[in-house]
Ligand binder design. Sequence first.
Ligand code: FES
Ligand SMILES: [Fe+2]
Length: 449
Amino acid sequence: MNLESIVKAVNDGMIPPAIYSDEEIFRLERERIFGRSWMYLAHESEIPEPGDYVVRRIVEDSFIVVRDEHGEVRVLANVCLHRGMQVCRAELGNASHFRCPYHAWTYKNTGELVGLPFHEDAFGGDANLSRKEMALMPAPRLAIHRGLIFASLDENAPPLEEHMGGFDYFLDFYVNQSEAGVEVRGPQRWIVDANWKIGAENFSGDSYHTPHTHASVVEIGLFREPKANKRKEGALYFAGGGGGTSYKLPERDFAANLAYVGYPPEMIERMRARWTTAQRALISDGPFMVSAATLVPNLSLVHNWPVVNAEGQVVPFISIRLWQPISATRTEVISWFAVDKLAPAWFKELSYKSYLMCFGSSGMFEQDDVENFTSLTAVAKGQFAQRILLNGRMGLARDGSFLHEPIADWPGPGRAFTGYGEYNQREVLRRWGEWMLDTGGSGSNGSAR
Ligand code: FES
Ligand SMILES: [Fe+2]
């Protein structure tokens, strides 16, 4: 199949398995998606002090995400300008300078080259090779939203706000619960033999898998809800660059519903003050509570509220995760625990426990999910399997119309449905198709322009 027919099939909700296994398709994704879109790298709370840094990557490209000596966040290519050695070999730390391990060219944490051994003898001094003109290459674009640090390799990428669109309304429920924002712990990292899109799609809208794949966590009483059939009452929403799942809440009162998922009164009051009337309406009028979500292409979020002790106490947690591709069939999962900075100490502790029980490298949900993700990827390599078009048309009638009407009085931006349906996964893949067919000609945001 050529790319046009693959995208056409995907837009009809019929998915060629090769999009989850083909290296040629991945090569194009690398250039047309990861080379252009806004890529999440780190959270500001990971680098609170001048000199703090973490090393992250966009596919193969390694970057130092550093708070420089003036307090400014920078994203610098981890590539020595001399012969291309990685100048920073540690995963995180604090440094005023980065010295290349190969021949010791030394860069300030602003990126500026300040040390060049035998400068006079080897390069004829500043007259011949000026240190001032040399600096670690910055990512073409950098944007910080609510402490989330994003970069784009495309200097013509549309502004992050435009890319995010109405999704920022939903993002606030995870990372903007008070004026202080969140702090993160981790990340935990592990590698799965799965295509990166599978997790991104699943988190965006697969409430259909919960009753079956995660039946055991319901059986052991980890949740007050869902009962296996509860998920279909939640809303599946998509707005701007992202979409997600939610649960239907029992009451039509803002504070009562936040207390129901385990937030203490002081946090609820901060949320009330922090969120707009329209945002509060999701919880009081919907009433819905956000759960898993994805901002395209590969950033996901989780919010859930398991029972954490024998007394039946429910404590919510938030997690941020990146589906960082390695190849068509391998993905590094990078998973952070996030909690409001102003949350009381007991809450932070129990919320962390609640995250670790569910997600992270040993989380029960994680273990349930990953076997599906790896198996689907392995199957998608088969030459015979590739004759099939996978059916991703849940929620659509034969003629392409919706089986359920969108929610009429949806309080948030974008579009939302209740009932089972693959509305969001189709939307994630529709955007994938747009990027993939955008060859970078005029009118696009392609880097080839
Ligand atoms: S490669 Fe870095 S100093 Fe030579
Ligand atoms: Fe799952």
